[in-house]
Design a protein. Structure first.
Length: 334
């Protein structure tokens, strides 16, 4: 768990972990990153009250999200690791037990996650399902690249399979999405269709505090940097690469920029998308060639009709072709 200025929420987050009913021991490691409110005092209280269950990491100066996360991950000692930020919480006492069972019984499972609800600052439900209409089962790397499907508060991973946090930080402003993609390259990812977590929407949240255009710019940056990240995973760990990745990332980067109104920044991605995708398709025009041409010529483009309208305007519905691989004539993962 990482925490910064979560005084209003940290007690609920910690209590939801301590309420877990398991037949195995577990430990809550909290990285309290020099909050300016009363978060640290609350963390110290729980660490003192439950010394066998709660271990607090209390740096003397603010580390920032990536370094704080790296510190917490390095301090973890279990075979499996679950994630929870200080302003989110778990909503079922069987969350850990159910996910450990999946990790131990699903072949080569590196990551499992569930559905979650989104709540406001007061805890009132705003979104009943954060993964709908995803069905229970395995997810491909392509699905995880196309859309950030995983509520981080519901994820459990095999700890030894995690990529280096410093490598993630070198390439991305966000840490969870590239981690999920990386784990999918190493083994299987399984979605369990039950709700175990609550994601809190509030003004102090790292993602929720960004404007829609800022979110779109960060999503575009994710797609721009992902191919290099996967190449570095291959060099550092020998993890596999996928030959369709660059084409998909160029397409998604263009769509993300257009959909959040940043179409002027899409000219270079549009040119790359047309050239690279046409070459990969052996001369055939790619699906969004008209949109790319409009962006190149400087004509403003409205958000596409096939971009998801629910929730954030920067969340594109790319799963239409992940569910139906033949629809887009895209190569499958080797």
């Amino acid at each position: 768990m990482i925490a910064y200025n979560h005084e209003k929420y940290i007690s609920q987050a910690i209590e939801s972990v301590l309420a877990q009913e398991t037949e195995f021991p577990f430990e809550l490691v909290i990285g309290e990153d020099c909050s300016t409110d009363g978060t640290r005092a609350l963390v110290e209280h729980y660490a003192s009250k439950y010394p066998k269950a709660v271990r607090a990491l209390l740096p003397e100066k603010n580390l920032g999200m990536h370094k704080n996360s790296a510190s917490v991950e390095a301090a973890c000692r279990g075979e499996y690791m679950a994630f929870l930020e200080g302003d989110d919480y778990w909503i079922t006492s069987s969350k850990l037990a159910q996910q450990v069972e999946i990790m131990e019984n699903v072949e080569d499972c590196q990551l499992t996650f569930t559905d979650a609800v989104a709540v406001n600052a007061e805890g009132d439900i705003q979104v009943e399902s954060m993964t709908s209409p995803q069905e229970e089962g395995f997810l491909t790397t392509e699905a995880l690249v196309s859309h950030n499907l995983i509520p981080s508060a519901t994820a459990m991973v095999r700890r030894q399979a995690l990529p280096s946090r410093s490598l993630v930080a070198d390439c991305f402003a966000m840490g969870d999405w590239p981690t999920w993609v990386a784990l999918s390259l190493r083994g299987s990812v399984f979605f369990s269709d039950r709700k175990t977590g609550a994601y809190r929407l509030h003004a102090g949240g790292v993602w929720g505090s960004l404007l829609g255009s800022e979110q779109g710019t960060r999503i575009a940056a994710f797609y721009r940097n992902l191919p290099n990240f996967v190449d570095r995973l291959n060099v550092s760990y020998g993890w596999p690469t996928v030959d369709w990745l660059k084409s998909l990332c160029l397409e998604c980067e263009l769509l993300a920029l257009v959909n959040c109104g940043q179409w002027r920044q899409g000219r270079w991605p549009a040119a790359n998308y047309l050239l690279h995708s046409t070459w990969r398709r052996r001369g055939a025009l790619p699906p969004y060639w008209r949109l790319a041409a409009r962006v190149l010529l400087g004509f403003p483009s409205k958000p596409l009709l096939d971009l998801e309208r629910k929730g954030s305007s920067t969340r594109p519905r790319y799963l239409d072709y992940c569910d139906k691989p033949g629809k887009r004539d895209r190569p499958t993962t080797p």
